[in-house]
Design a protein around this ligand. Sequence first.
Ligand SMILES: Nc1ncnc2c1ncn2[C@@H]1O[C@H](COP(=O)(O)OP(=O)(O)OP(=O)(O)O)[C@@H](O)[C@H]1O
Length: 221
Amino acid sequence: MSLFEIRNASVRPGGATVLGNVSAQMTAGEIVTIVGPNGSGKSTLLRVLIGSLRPTRGPVIRRRGLRIGYVPQHLRIAPTLPMTVARLLRLRRSVGGQFRRVILARALLAQPRLLGLDEPAQGLDQPGTAAFQKQIGEVRDRTGCGILMVSHDRHMVMSASERVLCLNGHICCQGAPQKVASAPDCRALFGAGTQGTMALCTHHHDRTHAPAGPGQKAADQ
Ligand SMILES: Nc1ncnc2c1ncn2[C@@H]1O[C@H](COP(=O)(O)OP(=O)(O)OP(=O)(O)O)[C@@H](O)[C@H]1O
């Protein structure tokens, strides 16, 4: 059985469509990455799938009793935490990668069956990214949990994922990263400036893409 399934879900905070008619599912032990341009709704979709945001329309069905761990894109330290500002800054600066690993370890304490990671490689250098990527694979192999990530990092996408969801307000296409990486279609979506580094979609696009960007309406299907 799937860990979750959403069918034709839409998210319209304040009336503007951020996600339109999105359907997705994921099975246990899968590593899936959501990619897309800035503002294409990746974090929003992740939040819908892990249950921290209710879609405006469409059912979200989760496996009964599904334990979910989540590492958000922006880490907020509670202002009430007894820590000096100097110590906090030192922590963030000196151990950016380790800090992320600690947050991941904390998310794993609850032994989640689904782990949502929003930009887990953010702030990591290449060795840090490679180590993190290895850790993610080990976590999956050890626990069998499904891992759902949002990432802009090509190495994370290409090496760590088994399936890629390409998003631009709706799911444009999905598939194995190595299968979709060479597709020319997606260059238009990600822009020529990427020189194809994020050209991750090979599937036929059944609609033209509106330019993506913050504040712009996504195509609602
Ligand atoms: N609660 C909200 N109310 C209004 N607009 C929202 C809300 N949440 C998200 N948005 C808008 O939806 C769009 C998608 O946001 P989201 O953070 O999901 O995109 P993203 O693909 O993760 O972006 P990035 O790559 O920059 O992190 C943005 O234009 C954002 O401003």
